[in-house]
Design a protein around this ligand. Structure first.
Ligand code: EPZ
Length: 432
């Protein structure tokens, strides 16, 4: 099994360049199958999840080619609309974006039920409600979601929950329906806006993305485009929190500071100094952070995908903090691991009550999912002694070059492939 091994103690200092947003990239990749013309996408992250989706698109006969590490060219003229199913795609959430894309273009889609991080129940009822309103018949059977329609027509859809995935999926299908669709209580996350901008650059007519009412006038055909994906809000936020955890001085570059405001605001409350530039944010946290309370909310609230990272930071604060998770019902699974490193945290339902401790201590821990895995790495970076992190494939699903970027900021961390006791021992001796 591959592992990270970390020797804690170094404050992280320096600049780190943020990659394209994973969750925008996944939606944009699926949407690029909606035209027969060539699409060129820049700032494409090179991460496990985006690569799984690219391979799956290949299996469907879609031409995909990375012309360089972060630029990919796609042509779906020869796409075969067959059931979407393989071992990799079963494990990622965004497989379901192919439903909206293929349903819009071909009026039929069959996709294996989505996987993704085990952070709660994650139903797809709002997606299906939207497709049905557009005139599609949707079924879940034999482990697949099938959606088909003779004709897709615009509709007025009110989402019960402002789901990111449902908003994106309905927006894609509605782009090629006849007439006008209105999505009310739409998600406002930056990647929803990025997908709308991408589709508009292909000839779609979408207005209002970024507000809770999105209006879509259906078009018959989409055309090719050149498009650059926005920077990853959560990767940037993770490095900003790394500064708070390690009492460091980190500047995240190639970011949109507006997308980071809820994170910057909390860091200020915690006593960190934040300096914003046009496309960079510097976070300096020299002292022990102050306790505060956090509730995760849809954008522009504090993101659920940053909840484990801020919990790790607050675990070292000078008082009692309360973190409330309001999006997913099972997103505190990492707390046991953090407690094994010395944290004092009690979880009651959707709330974590955190009594700040002075230090963490290194331990052998397991990443339970993507963001919690990254958060536990941050804990290891400040812990006394050595920390070994198992199940790092979760982290590598959505962070490009994670440990290399941490190293460039002064972290002592190595990635051990097929780790055995000897390689771990070697690391320990080297950094004792
Ligand atoms: C997206 O998941 C992201 N994934 C998640 O990123 C992120 O945590 C989440 O949005 C919230 O911001 C991708 O973009 C691939 P939702 P998604 O639909 O679309 C409930 C990461 O670490 N719901 O907005 O699945 C659902 O159970 C991850 O990168 C329904 O009840 O999230 C949840 O409680 C993990 N019915 C809430 O809505 C539905 O039909 C929000 O989910 C759909 C969702």
């Amino acid at each position: 099994m591959d592992q990270y091994i970390i020797r804690g103690g170094n404050p992280l200092v320096g600049e780190v360049e943020i990659t394209g947003a994973k969750n925008a990239a996944l939606a944009i990749l699926a949407a690029s199958a909606m035209t027969d013309e060539t699409v060129t996408i820049e700032n494409m992250p090179d991460e496990a999840d985006t690569n799984v989706l690219l391979r799956t698109m290949n299996d469907l006969g879609i031409f995909t080619h990375r012309t360089s590490r972060h630029i990919v060219r796609i042509n779906a003229a020869k796409a075969r609309n067959m059931p979407v199913d393989n071992e990799g795609i079963k494990k990622i959430r965004a497989s379901y974006y192919l439903i909206g894309a293929l349903l819009g273009k071909y009026r039929r889609a069959k996709v294996v039920l989505p996987g993704g991080c085990a952070i709660g129940l994650r139903p797809v009822d709002q997606h299906m409600k939207g497709f049905a309103a557009l005139g599609a018949t949707c079924r879940i059977e034999h482990g697949y979601i099938t959606a088909e329609a003779k004709e897709l027509h615009g509709a007025h859809i009110y989402l019960d929950i402002s789901s990111v995935g449902a908003t994106i999926n309905i927006m894609m299908a509605a782009t090629m329906a006849t007439g006008q669709t209105i999505i009310e209580n739409a998600a406002k996350e930056p990647h929803v806006v990025d997908l709308a901008n991408f589709l508009n650059s292909m000839g779609a007519r979408i207005k209002g993305a970024g507000t809770d009412v999105i209006r879509i006038r259906g078009v018959e055909k989409l055309h090719g485009t050149d498009y650059a994906i926005i920077p990853d809000q959560i990767e940037a936020g993770t490095f900003m929190m790394a500064s708070a955890v390690t009492r460091g001085d980190i500047t995240v570059t190639n970011v949109i500071p507006k997308h980071l405001e809820s994170i910057s605001a909390k860091l200020k409350e915690m006593g960190c100094q934040i300096t914003e530039q046009d496309d960079a944010v510097r976070v300096v946290c020299r002292d022990r952070v102050r306790s505060t309370h956090v509730k995760t909310l849809p954008y522009p609230g504090f993101p659920t995908d940053m909840q484990p990272q801020i919990t790790v930071a607050l675990g070292l604060s000078n008082g009692v903090s309360i973190v409330t998770e309001s999006i997913f019902e099972n997103r505190f699974k990492y707390v046991d691991e953090l407690v094994s490193m010395g944290a004092s945290i009690k979880v009651e339902g959707s709330t974590a009550i955190i009594s700040g401790v002075e230090k963490y201590t290194g331990a052998h821990i397991t990443a339970p999912d993507l963001r919690a895995g990254a958060a536990l790495v941050l804990a290891g970076l400040v812990a006394d002694g050595f920390t070994t992190v198992d199940n790092i494939h979760f982290i590598e699903r959505g962070y490009e070059d994670f440990y290399m970027k941490l190293r460039s900021l002064g972290a002592i961390i190595e990635r051990l492939e097929n780790a055995d006791e000897r390689s771990e021992q070697k690391f320990r001796l080297k950094y004792a």
